[in-house]
Ligand binder design. Structure first.
Ligand SMILES: Cc1cc2nc3c(=O)[nH]c(=O)nc-3n(C[C@H](O)[C@H](O)[C@H](O)COP(=O)(O)OP(=O)(O)OC[C@H]3O[C@@H](n4cnc5c(N)ncnc54)[C@H](O)[C@@H]3O)c2cc1C
Length: 483
């Protein structure tokens, strides 16, 4: 099979649903049809809240579709990092929330009978570095003290030392989102983009496809909130990119693993109706530049003869905890959920339960822990500077665009700065050469054939349709008057 430059999870049929074509009213409008938005719609509808969901493209085809999709609470260095900044209690609270989310995700799949290749799988957190053994033992003790049934194992197939837990899962994230979409389709609108929100007398007016949706609450589940949030949102996070491949293997193994060493390695197995695959991730990077995008794909491809390769990005928060809840403490009109630190299968499920309880004015012990307006402490803000420095360096390096690629031309057309990619059949793909989010220049990602903004991670398809935020606008040349 020829290698596909896209996620393995995107090889499924995803029937398009209706668009918004008239003014609507509801209690809660959920914006974004990834795992966060769809799980939230599910929890709200199950509790008789009149909720609707709008998705600007097709549900499940954003960041969720490019994940490795492990459902686990054994999460790289999360608890170690939280312990470093806060109290052990905070790490314990986060751990407990993740265990709750694993159980809830499994409960929903069973209850709704969703066919999404769910498999029980053991999770490993491992190291091959002798010096990291102590760290791993500390983590093991933390888990045991927190009541987790974990084992410490040595000299396994791919590791020297590892922590192992067994009550975790693997699944197909897009089949899961489509499963929920099928159950809830009456309330879901696709190809319907939120442009603007205004607030009047406790009512939100959401502008979508030239229509207005009036509601009491809006849940922003767009991965990276498309507008720059107040409360120093950019100081609370950075975006990290990783490179992933899937290769056919003979045997399916009930295992998923991630290491704690300098170069991140994460893998899992996947079994569909026909084949078994190993899904392998490496090279997590805070600030990719043009060269590193290419090099990272080249490095990845050296490892296996992959059938699929792709990249993905997630929001990393400065205190390693997700941002879930009200945008403004005194107002439950606008709510959001993001900043999952690459653990969005559990955190999206958790977010849906927290948001449900805020909207229904119920108690939930995690509301306080993950509120987006929590205060920043100095040591957390300090984390921002190396990342910001890395981003500025990457942006400056990439400012000239793909200078060594003869297929990419930067020029002016009709007085506008444009970028042109000439494909293998010499067909020209013309886009506006500025990211509408913060006006950064774009570079062409030759592997996935996307236009990428290196400032904040927005991505556009080859003809300029926005496929990942924070940007909320296309960069198509023909529609440029609208931008
Ligand atoms: C390499 C990598 C591997 C990962 N592996 C794992 C893993 O093994 N386990 C795990 O738990 N997590 C993992 N994650 C994290 C997880 O994939 C993400 O955190 C999660 O998928 C985010 O889901 P979401 O619904 O918030 O975002 P998305 O899936 O991106 O959904 C947001 C949706 O909002 C839509 N949208 C945006 N703007 C608008 C608008 N204006 N109007 C309407 N709709 C809009 C978008 O089109 C999109 O469909 C991984 C992340 C990365 C980067």
């Amino acid at each position: 099979m020829l290698m596909k430059n896209k996620s393995i999870w995107l090889d499924v049929k995803n029937k398009a649903l209706k668009r918004v074509t008239k003014d609507l009213e509801c209690d809660t409008l959920v914006v974004g049809g990834g795992i966060t938005g769809m799980s939230t719609l599910y929890q709200l509808r199950k509790n008789n809240v009149k909720a609707l969901l709008i998705e600007r493209n097709k549900c499940g085809e954003g960041v969720t579709a490019r994940s490795t999709a492990k459902i686990t609470y054994l999460q790289e260095k999360e608890y170690m990092n939280i312990r470093k900044f806060g109290k052990v209690d905070l790490a314990k609270g986060y751990l407990e929330s993740q265990i709750t989310a694993v159980k809830e995700l499994k409960r929903i799949i069973d209850k709704e009978n969703i066919t999404c290749d769910l498999k029980k799988s053991e999770s490993l957190l491992f190291t091959n570095d002798e010096e990291n053994k102590v760290k791993l033992l500390e983590e093991y003790n933390f888990l045991k003290e927190s009541g987790v049934d974990a084992e410490f194992v040595e000299n396994g197939e791919n590791f020297k030392y590892a922590i192992k837990v067994s009550d975790t899962y693997l699944f197909h994230p897009v089949k899961y989102v489509i499963g929920l979409k099928n159950i809830l389709q009456e309330y879901v609108y696709e190809n319907s983009k939120l442009e603007k929100i205004s607030r009047e007398d406790g009512i939100c007016k959401c502008y979508v496809n030239n229509h207005v949706i009036k509601c009491r609450h809006v849940v922003i589940a767009t991965h990276y909130p498309y507008f720059i949030l107040p409360l120093l949102f950019p100081f609370k996070n950075h975006v990290e990119t990783s490179y992933v491949g899937a290769v056919k293997v003979r045997e399916f193994k009930n295992v998923n693993a991630i290491n704690i060493d300098n170069e991140t390695i994460s893998y899992r197995y996947h079994q569909d109706d026909k084949n078994n695959y190993l899904i392998y991730l490496t090279n997590s990077l805070a600030s990719p530049n043009i060269k590193s995008i290419k090099d990272n794909f080249e490095n990845l491809k050296k490892k296996y003869n992959f059938d699929y390769v792709w990249s993905n990005k997630d929001i990393i928060t400065n205190d390693y905890l997700p941002l879930i809840g009200k945008l403004d403490e005194d107002d439950d009109g606008v709510l959001l959920a993001c900043g999952y630190n690459t653990w969005g299968m559990t955190n999206a499920t958790l977010a849906s339960m927290i948001l449900r309880d805020i909207i229904l004015k119920r108690q939930n012990k995690y509301i306080e822990l993950f509120r987006p307006d929590r205060l920043l402490s100095w040591n957390k803000v300090v984390r921002f500077f190396p990342d910001a420095y890395g981003s500025v360096k990457a942006i400056l390096k990439s400012n000239k665009g793909n200078v060594n690629n003869r297929r990419v031309i930067y020029t002016k057309l009709d007085g506008k700065n444009v970028a042109i990619y000439k494909d293998e059949n010499n067909k020209e793909h013309i886009v506006l050469n500025r990211c509408p989010h913060m006006k950064c220049r774009l570079v062409f990602n030759e592997v996935e054939k996307t236009w990428d903004c290196l400032c904040h991670g927005s991505r556009y398809d080859i003809d300029g349709k926005c496929i990942e935020g924070p940007s909320n606008h296309d960069i198509t040349f023909k529609d440029s008057e609208e931008n």
